[in-house]
Design a protein around this ligand. Structure first.
Ligand code: HEM
Length: 510
């Protein structure tokens, strides 16, 4: 008997080809499936060897994590039960290794696991692959290229902007002092740091402190931050296809991204044209180069320039990474000083010496603001604006004889390690003297990480602390900061750390 498919050689060929393709596809699919199942089983097997708070079948701990304040509180409370670290379960197959011991944090940071997490993915939909969100060679190349933008020769030129911005805040707050109104601390600090970051980034003076957040670009920066936080708490919105096609939040996000990109690209194009007209040497000889000038002048080793998109991503990153964190630090330092007024007088003594017969704090004065600097460090210890840093293990990590398997989310927490009683005496007390050189002793270098540490530490930390020193010194010179001791503060960490129930009043010293 003849089989029908053998009747013609043409059919034969087609049939075999068709079957081979199907077999290949099924084979590849099965291989992928097996790999993925194997990976998941490994994650569950090794992950469950660690201590973990009780979790449920299928949902893990997710029911305990919803909302910025709930998530924060859950991590802090659980860290008090388990020594050094614990495993949290996002569903029953995705472990997250939460660690807060200096030695373990050191191991994690030195292993340099990449930044692959939902938060960075959501951020990339806006700030693309700038320094904060990129990994591997792309990150290393750009980090090398951007480091000169934060050299003190460049930072020096921002000193007038720092002073002017602090003066505008003083002007604004003198009205609040007169009316005996509590400060809208975070809001005002956020406008103030925008006024610092925008001119330093691209010489843009939007005067946010006086005109508010009405500018479409400022509004978009603010709205995008809020939308990213909300997206994090809605599992359905994690899927980009659903988020951007079927949700009003996704559509609003895209709309605001367009506003932000249009604005930044417009400025870059204008500056590129200016550069072509006046020439590189003239731009380089300008008294004050902004971040954008540095980016436009930067060249990779092979002489190529950053692309327009690369520049846009880095400028957006500068703004995003710089403004909220610095505003948070300004707010918590003023809160700490209001709560512990004895430190205000020490700052006042030091700044009065500097401002005897002038109104500006100059570059060379910064090194004399020693006590101000100790207070900022201590406020950053108690309330680090980035309380948790997230990574994903790209290889197995050995911790105390156990394995944190590849694919595990890793979260190391500055907030928790900064209050570790094994490292810090009376950790909940505000005591700036712990940062005096004679008191640092042999403190573990990874026990204090407000700017993270290692290769991916904060590139903007000197930029931020220079501004903060000037702002705090000038503000404390002018006002008494007063708060109500009885109120219990609480925290949440939507994107950066926020304190709630903070009420601060001012008394003008003029
Ligand atoms: C007091 C204010 C600031 C604090 C507390 C702070 C904190 C941090 C932390 C903890 C990281 C590590 C993030 C991670 O690993 O996920 C980081 C990274 C970064 N910060 Fe800051 N930051 C501050 C101000 C700034 C400013 C003013 C800028 C820019 C002008 C900036 C730009 C960046 C960038 C670009 C990165 C990514 C660095 C990299 O991965 O190579 N930061 N910052």
């Amino acid at each position: 008997m003849k089989l029908p498919f053998l009747e013609s050689s043409k059919l034969d060929y087609k049939y075999i080809l068709f079957n081979s393709i199907i077999c290949c596809i099924v084979g590849l699919f099965l291989q992928k499936l097996c790999k993925s199942v194997y990976k998941r089983l490994r994650l569950v097997y090794y992950g469950s060897k660690f201590n973990a708070p009780p979790h449920r079948f299928l949902i893990g701990n997710t029911h305990q994590l919803g909302g910025a304040d709930k998530y924060f509180k859950f991590l802090i409370d659980t860290s008090k039960i388990y020594d050094k670290y614990f495993m949290l379960w996002y569903g029953s197959t995705q472990p997250a290794f939460i660690c807060y011991d200096p030695d373990v944090i050191k191991k994690v940071i030195l292993a340099e696991p990449p930044k692959i997490s939902n938060l960075y993915r959501f951020l990339s939909d806006w700030i693309g692959h700038g320094l904060l969100t990129s990994n591997g060679n792309h990150w290393a190349r750009n980090r090398r290229l951007l480091t000169p933008a934060f050299h003190f020769d460049i930072l020096k030129t921002y000193i007038n902007i720092y002073n002017e911005t602090a003066d505008t805040l003083i002007e604004k707050w003198s009205a609040s002092a007169e009316r005996h109104e509590p400060l809208d601390l975070y809001y005002d600090a956020s406008l103030c740091t925008l006024d610092v970051v925008l001119p330093c980034a691209f010489s843009m003076h939007l005067n946010c402190q006086t005109s508010g957040k009405n500018h479409p670009y400022i509004n978009s920066v603010q709205t995008l931050g809020e939308l990213i936080v909300k997206r994090g708490y809605n599992l359905l919105h994690h899927n980009p296809w659903i988020y951007f096609n079927f949700t009003s939040a996704g559509k609003q996000f895209q709309q605001q991204v367009n506003v932000s990109h249009e604005f930044t690209e417009g400025i870059i194009r204008k500056r590129q044209a200016e550069l072509e007209n006046v020439g590189n040497d003239e731009v380089k000889s300008r008294k004050s180069l902004d971040f954008l000038d540095t980016l436009l002048n930067a060249r990779y080793e092979d002489g190529t320039k950053l692309s327009l998109i690369d520049i846009r991503n880095e400028v957006d990153t500068f703004l995003f990474a710089g403004h909220d964190t610095t505003a948070g630090t300004l707010s918590v330092t003023l809160y700490c000083l209001a709560k512990y007024p004895e430190h205000q007088s020490k700052i006042r003594d030091e700044v009065s010496n500097i401002l005897q017969n002038k109104s500006q704090i100059e570059w060379d004065d910064l090194s004399q603001l020693k006590y101000t600097s100790l207070c900022i460090k201590e406020a950053l210890r108690l309330f680090p604006p980035v309380p948790f840093n997230a990574r994903t293990a790209n290889k197995d990590l050995q911790i105390d004889g156990k394995i944190v398997p590849e694919g595990t989310i890793i979260i190391y927490s500055g907030f928790i390690v900064h209050r570790d009683p094994n490292v810090w005496d009376h950790p909940d007390e505000f005591d700036p003297s712990r940062f005096l050189p004679e008191n640092i002793g042999d403190r573990h270098p990874f026990a204090y990480i407000p700017f993270s540490a290692g290769a991916r530490n904060c590139i903007g930390q000197n930029f931020a602390t220079n501004f903060l020193k000037i702002a705090i010194a000038k503000l404390v010179h002018r006002f008494d900061f007063i708060t109500d001791f009885k109120k219990e503060i609480s925290y949440s960490a939507p994107l950066t750390l926020k304190l709630h129930n903070v009420e601060i009043y001012l008394r003008d010293r003029l």
